[in-house]
Design a protein around this ligand. Structure first.
Ligand code: DGL
Length: 364
């Protein structure tokens, strides 16, 4: 064998060893056969909810049960991982806001730097799980598993789904298979990725779907089975850093429908928004003459405009339903409006250049 080929093989072996080393550095070097150390961060929601009777599955009170009781209610967790609990805040997740997100992301990053933390579970209301998941997907600076879990029935209900969801999430957060997969959402024995998951039913336990892009795998018989993973950047590969941020830029969403007018666009611009997401009909279409002129004027005032769609599946095509190049608009790719808002907020912490922001929408 020539020296050159030997040298190339040696270089490849060194690179492989280094990459393994780096990934091991980012995930606690746990001794084989030892239980993973998993932190459970509680934030509220139905998983921590309680109803007046065991058959109360709507009209209950969310965010009433603390993290210690959540853990006590599932003694099987002790066989799944070494768990510790922390109540980060206690809210019904329809009340989630940017301040809570910044607090949660900073705490997650702080904990994941610790060698004695192998993964994190976040218990959360299902109404905004998809948004918190995506925000963390863009701001967590680690390859260690972060798994968000909720429930569609309160802890007091017959066949409450919270305990099994929490058990599955804890198994997943402690599994090597989840390392480097980005922030994950686990309910109903399914593993969804943060970028594409959305809530699709107001009350059913199988509400979380990633629609046409598909969920990533299953939880079955105490272990994860992955069949796919995201092709977009996330977590350790993110360019966003919230460490020193105490506020996020104001970005709102304008919903499109027949007989649309410009009042909402003008109101958000007057309120000082730095960005606007338009949840258009169809392929992100803009009503003319009612809405497009308002968005063009807003852009001229420096507001970054993102064309998204209310439809739920498919790509919002650049220069399709509007002259994006000419108007200096951004398109959301496949992100739904509420996730496009999150990426636009974080993008605006780095730039207001629409072309650079468009790159970000094709990257994350
Ligand atoms: N209030 C809703 C929330 O906290 C209840 C929905 C749930 O958690 O399942 O998101």
């Amino acid at each position: 064998m020539t020296h050159d080929r030997t040298f190339r093989r040696w270089i490849c072996a060194v690179c492989a060893a280094l990459s393994l080393g780096f990934s091991a550095l980012d995930t606690a070097a746990r001794e084989p056969g030892k239980l993973a150390n998993v932190m459970i961060l509680a934030t509220g929601g139905t998983i921590a909810g309680s109803g007046a009777t065991s058959t109360t599955t709507v009209g209950y009170t969310a965010a009433t049960v603390g993290v210690a009781r959540l853990i006590e209610a599932v003694p099987e967790l002790k066989a799944a991982a070494n768990v510790k609990g922390e109540q980060v805040f206690q809210i019904a997740s329809e009340n989630m806001n940017n301040d809570y997100w910044l607090k949660l992301a900073k705490r997650v990053n702080e904990l994941l730097k610790q060698d004695d933390v192998d993964g994190i579970v976040i218990t959360h209301g299902t109404d905004t799980i998809e948004e918190t998941a995506y925000f963390l997907n863009l701001t967590v600076k680690s390859r260690k598993p972060v798994v968000i879990v909720g429930a569609m029935r309160p802890s007091t209900a017959i066949s409450a789904d919270g305990p099994i969801n929490l058990y599955n999430a804890t198994i997943l957060a402690g599994s090597d298979a989840a390392v480097g997969k980005g922030v994950l959402v686990v309910l109903n024995d399914q593993i969804n990725g943060a970028r594409d998951v959305t809530k699709t039913n107001t009350a059913n336990t199988d509400t979380f779907r990633s629609w046409e892009l598909g969920f990533l795998g299953y939880m079955q018989n105490n272990q994860p089975y992955f069949y796919r993973q995201s092709t977009r950047k996330h977590t350790a590969d993110t360019e966003f850093d919230v460490t020193n941020l105490d506020k996020l830029p104001d970005v709102d969403i304008v919903y499109g429908y027949a007989n649309m007018n410009r009042i909402a666009v003008d109101a958000f611009v007057a309120a000082g928004d730095k960005g606007l997401v338009h949840a258009g009909v169809g392929d992100g279409s803009l009503a003319r003459p009612a809405v497009e002129p308002a968005l063009v004027e807003a852009r001229k005032k420096g507001v970054v405009i993102v064309r998204s769609s209310r439809v739920g599946n498919g790509i919002v095509a650049r220069n399709g339903e509007a002259k994006d190049d000419e108007l200096d608009f951004v398109v959301s790719d496949t992100l739904n409006p509420q996730k496009a808002r999150i990426l636009l907020m974080l993008a605006l912490t780095k730039t207001s250049d629409a072309k650079e922001i468009q790159r970000m929408f094709y990257t994350y």
